[in-house]
Every structure is written in structure tokens, then in C-alpha cells.
Design a protein around this ligand. Sequence first.
Ligand code: SF4
Ligand code: SF4
Length: 85
Amino acid sequence: MALPTILVDDEKCHDPLSCRKCLLVCPTRVLGLGTSVGPEKFKQIDPAFFVVRGVRFQFCTGCDKCVEVCPTHAIQISFDGGKVA
Ligand code: SF4
Ligand code: SF4
């Protein structure tokens, strides 16, 4: 199966630390939290810098649960540039 393209619009995903709906709904834990400022071990990272990203792409089944659960429609999943959810 081809790997998906997972797009998350950070403008629409304002506070992933508080929301986390997509992370919790994904049955295969494809999505993860990262930061847009890179690892900063000794500094507290502002929650505004957290982002949702695809991490384990190979486990995405294209079930679209993350797309459906996102309250701000921030996520798009596509396979082979075909269907965009
Ligand atoms: S489409 Fe389904 S398997 Fe893929 S990231 Fe979203 S919830 Fe997870
Ligand atoms: S469900 Fe949507 S708004 Fe919530 S953390 Fe995921 S991408 Fe962001």
C-alpha cells in the first residue's frame, strides 16, 4: 500500500496540546505531536509551537477518522495524489 500524504494546516490547529482529538482517535497511532522549533531540552516550549504531524505513515489505513473528528477541518489525507479527504 502506498504511503499517504498527511497535511495538517497549522493555522487551523491552534492548540493541539489541549485538543488531541486526532491523536486519540487514530487506531494505529499514525499521528504525533512535534514542535516547530525543534528540540529544546532545557527550555519550556510555548504550547503555541506544538504541531500535529504524520509520524508512522506506513500504518495509516486511510480510515479518515482523524479527518472526521477534527473540529477545524485541519487534516487532509491522500494516497498517491488521488482522493483527498
Ligand atoms: S486516516 Fe485513519 S489511520 Fe490514517 S492517520 Fe487518520 S485516523 Fe489514523
Ligand atoms: S483534531 Fe484537528 S485541531 Fe485537534 S489536534 Fe488534531 S489537527 Fe489539531
